[in-house]
Write a protein that binds this ligand. Sequence first.
Ligand SMILES: [Zn+2]
Length: 77
Amino acid sequence: MFICQQCNIQVPPHIPLNLIPLQTRNKKYPARANVNREVHSAPANHKNDPGGSGTEIVQEIRVCPDCYAKLKTKLSK
Ligand SMILES: [Zn+2]
């Protein structure tokens, strides 16, 4: 049970919640040395994480399935 943040209607139980990201930002991840352990090796070998870049969510809203369908078509255009 939750309140849709788009239409402000209380959604009954057992209805799935959908999250819509409203704002994202670019994020750079630094390289890290010896952090990834190889699972099937003895003794354990560690590899470096090269780092990289991506996006992370700044703000998202909880919406009902009806609003999700409307916003999904609106955001995909
Ligand atoms: Zn709604």
